[in-house]
Design a protein around this ligand. Sequence first.
Ligand code: FE2
Length: 307
Amino acid sequence: MPGFRERLKTRIPDWRRFIERARQDGRAAAYDLLPVLGLGHRDRLSATYAAFQPKTPAFRPSGKARGLADALLHQGVTAMQGPLPGPILADLVAYFQATPCHDPYRPHLGRFRWDAPPSDEVNIGFFTAEEVIRAPHMLDLINNPDILGAAELWFGCKPTIDNIGASWSYPGREKAKGAQRFHRDFDCARCFKAFYYLTDVDEEAGPHVYVRGSNRRPVLESAHAQSDDIIAGTFGHDAITPILAPAGSWFLEDVYGFHKGVLPKARPRLLLAIEYNLYPSPLAPKAPVLERDSRYDPHVNRVFMTP
Ligand SMILES: [Fe+2]
């Protein structure tokens, strides 16, 4: 297990930078310090925080919500859900084909069409959170009552929709980069993501891979990427689970558990990822980008909607 110093250095190279980031964005302090806490401490912190957060009056989660929460807790990942209705899937894909994407690691490349990345250095074409939240059907999708029910069971309070993203992963690249290598997400003391495959995902199209049970085993506890060999040696080959499914399928995952999106071999993959947190992280817009809509819970949607 990495020592305190190494865990601290994950996000805090020096204290001046830490203070500067915290001054610029109040959400950064909790985010930068998070890797310092072990799993047990984060669980206790989450339970304490949740005790003071809003809850649904007369909360009665559906059977489906209970099943999702149970799988999240024990396996770290749920069974495949969906698929989304065909017209909704078609609208989403059309939107993410019509909206130019970008590579935040290579900003000089500017915006590009989904099927014309300007360099082989671009492994992934990203959309901003604001582009994602404005996609058709998005508010209904992310406020799915079964997911919100599972979240409230899992957190012990209403969730906060926080870090949302969509991206195209491209085939024909030489090496895996970033989230294409095994890693844990340290975005919030407790969080999970809903992943939606918007294109068919088989072995050739860069499946998402989860390491079952790694969500409850606090080893290799750092935000650093790990090699396939280290993951197989630590958790066993059988725990490594590639998730193959047709377009429109979705699943929930405790992203503290190790995961990655494999570098596609033959076809690009379009993935939508919605994070449900206990509290806002610096990975989401600093101020709401949408006007209040009374159809959606104001606490759950507080990051994106004005109160
Ligand atoms: Fe991740």
